[in-house]
Design a protein around this ligand. Structure first.
Ligand code: 0X9
Ligand code: ZN
Length: 426
């Protein structure tokens, strides 16, 4: 999707060379279409892979941002000028922003997390920090927490799942299943998942109602290889890391699930950032999530997958514009989340089926959860960007995560109420 400049640079020592993707000189433009001719020009521009549109230019009159590589900036600006589309440049050098963020995010380990078993939301945590936090929780609260590995990533990292209970020992409770980080660069999503874990553990008194009849199972980082790669090599990396060809690595986990896999609006080119995989479930990470979902069929009532960005609460289907029979139930839950957030902070979310309010794409985890694992309420939450796409500033992490928690809590309460009523009816 992106024109990338592979730079060979000495990262640490004179004799260590490593590949990293530099966005030096990439500019971010903002503009809007104010008439249909301009709208048509933007639609044509958006088909050009050299221009990285942040959102699809389909909502007339709304500001659109695009990142453009130095080599094609002149041509891009000329097209805007010919179409009389006024623009501003909101970032003169994305590469420099990445560098600033990297430096801020790599402060000394002791400044990052105060003590083992605590986690701070003023940095984006790395894989080993997330793992250490979960393992410490399991030790410290052994009666309420169980941490397991649901598989290994391609590069051999453990895929951690934390089960949080109220410690009453009751087996086979209903389950709320959450994941985050299937897309590597969406750093705010794992941060929000960690915030949920922290609230359920360390703010237990306030949240104990959420654990009476439900266990929460959370996989805070589904794609740790990609996540680490986005920290060290390419800030905009989205996929897993398993090589596909000698030139291209990685599969989009959210196109890799085996329900209408590869059918609608998916990409078969291995170099593309939305590559669907060489076959359904070609990736160990998606296999692990699949197996976890199936192990919870019957128990899991709610599956929530955290992504960024754009303020959406999305539900199936991704493979068709038709709606599932039960869409009203799912829609009710999503609207409860959106309303709670709106009341608390004023932030607005768009609610709807992913095809209808965002775009079609088959092979996503939501469709699979509903159709195959029979989880009745699957949803994806696209968190806000704080104006910076995948880079909400460090100072915004806690604010965004706590706002997200307000929505998740409201949706969980609604689920609990809904299935209590359903059980009473039976
Ligand atoms: O494209 C995606 O996978 C999700 N958006 S993101 O910007 N986080 O990449 C949307 C997922 C919605 N679900 C499906 N379309 N299946
Ligand atoms: Zn995503």
């Amino acid at each position: 999707m992106f024109l990338k400049v592979a730079v060979i640079g000495a990262l640490c020592c004179a004799n260590v060379l490593a590949n990293f993707t530099s966005y030096e000189g990439y500019k971010i433009y903002e503009f809007k279409a104010v008439n249909t001719t301009q709208q048509e020009t933007l639609e044509i521009l958006a088909q050009n892979e050299a221009y990285d549109f942040f959102t699809l230019p389909r909502i007339f009159g709304l500001p659109i941002r695009v990142m453009v590589a130095p080599a094609v900036q002149l041509q891009f600006q000329q097209t805007l000028e010919t179409a009389k589309i006024a623009h501003t440049i909101v970032n003169e050098n994305f590469g420099q922003s990445v560098e600033v963020e990297r430096k801020l995010n790599s402060m000394h380990p002791k400044q990052r997390n105060a003590a083992p078993g605590s986690i701070s939301f003023n940095v984006y945590q790395r894989y080993h920090e997330i793992a250490a936090y979960l393992e410490e929780l399991a030790k410290r609260y052994s009666s309420r927490v169980n941490v397991t590995s649901i598989g290994d990533s391609y590069e051999g990292r453990k895929l951690h799942a934390i089960t949080i209970t109220n410690g009453d020992g009751a087996a086979n409770k209903n389950v709320i299943l959450m994941d985050a980080g299937i897309h590597a660069r969406e750093w705010i999503a794992p941060a929000a998942a960690l915030y949920v874990i922290q609230q359920l553990m360390e703010n237990y008194e306030q949240n104990s109602d959420l654990l009476v009849n439900y266990d929460w199972i959370i996989v805070p980082l589904v794609n740790p290889d990609g996540y680490e790669y986005s920290h060290t090599r390419d800030r905009l990396w989205r996929k897993t890391r398993k090589p596909v060809t000698i030139f291209c690595d990685g599969t989009d986990g959210n196109r890799n699930f085996d329900f209408h896999w590869g059918e609608i609006a998916t990409v078969s080119h291995p170099c593309a950032s939305t590559f669907r995989g060489s076959s359904a479930f070609s990736e160990p990470e998606t296999q692990a999530l699949r197996d976890l979902m199936h192990s919870l069929t019957g128990r899991a009532k709610f599956y929530l997958s955290l992504h960024s960005f754009g303020n959406y609460l999305l539900y199936p289907w991704g493979y068709t514009s038709e709606l599932p029979e039960t869409w009203r139930d799912i829609d009710d839950i999503a609207r409860a989340g959106a309303a709670a957030i709106k009341t608390a902070t004023g932030t607005e979310y768009t609610v709807g089926s992913s095809t209808n309010v965002l775009y079609p794409a088959s092979g996503g985890s939501l469709d699979y959860a509903l159709a195959k694992a029979k989880i009745p309420v699957p949803m994806a939450m696209e968190l806000p960007s704080a104006g910076q796409r995948f880079d909400p500033p460090l100072s915004k992490i806690e604010e965004l995560a706590s706002e997200t928690w307000i929505g998740i809590k409201a949706m969980a309460e609604k689920i609990i109420e809904k299935y209590k009523l359903a059980d009473e009816d039976n």
